[in-house]
Write a protein that binds this ligand. Sequence first.
Ligand code: PLP
Length: 493
Amino acid sequence: MIEYVSTRNPSIRVSSSKAILDGQAESGGLYVPADLDLIKADYHDIIKGNFKSMAKAVWNIFFDDYGEELIDELVERSYKNKFSCDKITPVVKAQSSKSEAYVLELYHGPTSAFKDVALSALPNLMSAARSMNDFTDDIMILTATSGDTGSAAIQGFSDVPGTGIIVFYPYGGVSDTQKLQMVTPASPNVTACAIRGNFDDAQTGVKRLFREIPKPVKGVSLSSANSINIGRLVPQVVYYFSAYAQLLEAGVIADGDKVDFVVPTGNFGDIMAGWFALKMGLPIGRLICASNKNDVLTEFLLTGHYDRKRDFYKTTSPSMDILVSSNLERLLWYICGPEHTVEYMKQLEKEGEYQITDDELSEIQKVFTGVFSDDAEGAAAIRDVFESDKYLMDTHTSIAWACMEKYIAGSDAAASVVLSTASPYKFSAAVLEALGEELTGSDEGNMNKCHEITGAEIPSGLAGIFKKPIIHNDVIEISDMKAYVIEKSNARD
Ligand SMILES: *Cc1c(COP(=O)(O)O)cnc(C)c1O
């Protein structure tokens, strides 16, 4: 059986279902598979069949204590009728005036962003993990969101037995579209609530509640759905296999050819999943870590120096505006070992920086390349690809595209795949500006205008959002968050 070990304490070892139930390991560590030999597979066995069969194959390896029958059921439940595309994560070819590449569209889920792929799965994995570990409490998920994670988590947890979710978002601090995606879902076990404060206030408030009221009422335990849960990471491994299978089927690559993946990165979760796919045995050439102007990872991958003491930029790719990429700790554990990892994480906390050794850096550089592009370069990529190919990218995907173009000349891979993490309609205003168009003054207007110009279909989950009734109206003070969570925990059925 695969054991999951904490990156901060080698003596904490648990099964996959326990790791999913815990989320974060004690003393702040993240769970990682202790022995990479146990995840090795023949990729031919995995890429047979459709997305769901690939998901079953990958989950069965990582989540081996669930058993095949249960995994079958959980995969079916997670992806049934949730994605607007049969392939779940289709690959399409696109080109600019300079280059061509394959785009892996990860945004065909209920909230039109890539987090749907993992957040459709995690709640079902958690719900099953409860009974497997004799955990009788209901799980109440608390999440602070600056926009995208909140709605994807709400969709994922809607109607999942034994779970509930409260999402706190900053009042006036999210776009109309993001807000409507959170306040219109009607399932009885989900709640969205605005707080009078900014995102940091919401996040600090949630962290405090985990400490102060881990069990807000009898029979309820708090938990989190953030990307450090291994139950969110593993479902993302699947689409690297799916992309490879699609390129093979289309005759773009021959069996065994290496493929590069260019990943728009924030918390390092998405690209870390790619590294696990590589370790399982998928022929991956390089993993290109694409950043926006917040280029902390670009510097790290070039020099081995991680330094969060730098200006923070708000960009048009907000989901990548991150200075501390938590999932990097997982990579460090494998490359630098447990002792160095603990040391580096301490230094990061205390001094805001750390430096890995030259040997560790060259080991990482064997696979990873860091590249960054700013807003203007991303906007130019949106316009270029649209004018060359009538293909429309969002502001996160376009950062990855621009990074791909800076790097591609040095690649000897058979194909490059750019991961597309959001529908362009989710960021209509920035996309219109990139195309050189005037804004309309509202999200709905911008979305419709984007549609008129490009002809590309608006995802149904987004198109309907402006007409749905608002269910969640609460706006509270930060000081009332505790009472709010207790009240909602009591009110569950
Ligand atoms: C979360 C997110 C990312 C970053 O993914 P990580 O796993 O945090 O690196 C990129 N693009 C979009 C649209 C996202 O929502």
